[in-house]
Structure formats: C-alpha cells, structure tokens
Design a protein around this ligand. Structure first.
Ligand code: ZN
Length: 142
C-alpha cells in the first residue's frame, strides 16, 4: 500500500506578509492551524529566492540562491509530519525580468515581497516522514 485516501476539510486563502521567510511562514501557518496533512499552492513575488537541488550521488541538498527580484510563478507542496510536527515540502518556480525561470526545492531564505497562498487541509491519518535508505531522503512511511 503506497497511498492514503483522504477528504478535504478546511480550505484557506491568505497573504504572506511582506518580508516574511516563505518556508518559515508556511510551516508556522500549518502548526498554528493544526494542519498535519494537506496541499499548499502560492503565487507572488520575492526579493530573494533560496532553493535546494538534491545531489542524488552525494545524497545531500546543494543550496541554490537567486539574490534578485523574482516572480513566484508557482509554488506547489504538501504537508505531512516530520519529527511529530507539521512539515511543508514545497517546490517553486520563479521568473526574472526577462522571463527566465529558476526553481527548486524551497528552503529557508526566500524573502517574500508579496504572496498569496491557498491551503487545503485533508482529513486523514497524517503521513510521517522517515529516513529512506535508498535515497537518503526523509520520505513518507506508507
Ligand atoms: Zn523537494
């Protein structure tokens, strides 16, 4: 069994405050609203973007920082539990003034200029992240 069935419960729409760290804001939002399973999407703009690229051979995340003003074309992610706390795993695509796109696995350090997000909370047994020996990642226990 590699899936879990769920029903949506509460949905939220909101703004990410100016100057907020995007990932920290989303993690705090989930904790404050007791969301342990769900989906998150967002659009907006950032003054700086920080993402990770997973080096599959070394099994570590390599930091990639775009220290410039960018649009958030898309952020999509999920919410589950890691170490017993709500944990947002999100990937984002950004664009610059020429329409070039950048992106990756969202990490701390992304500074929001303006952001709009939608969260869908799921009613199900929350998935728990545990170390996976094949990948070195913290993957869902299923
Ligand atoms: Zn990722």
């Amino acid at each position: 069994m590699h899936t879990v069935k769920f029903r949506e419960t509460d949905n939220y729409m909101g703004r990410v405050p100016y100057g907020a760290d995007l990932l920290e804001f989303l993690n705090t939002f989930m904790a404050e609203n007791d969301i342990k399973a769900g989906q998150v999407t967002a659009i907006g703009a950032v003054s700086k973007a920080a993402v990770g690229y997973y080096d599959q051979d070394a099994q570590i995340y390599r930091d990639v920082v775009f220290d410039k003003h960018l649009e958030i074309l898309n952020l999509t992610g999920n919410v589950s539990l890691k170490d017993g706390k709500p944990f947002v795993h999100a990937h984002a695509t950004f664009s610059d003034e020429k329409g070039n796109t950048f992106g990756g696995h969202l990490t701390k350090g992304t500074k929001v200029f303006a952001g709009e997000f939608i969260v869908k909370a799921f009613a199900c047994e929350p998935l728990d992240r545990v170390p996976d020996p094949d990948t070195g990642l913290a993957l869902w226990r299923l």
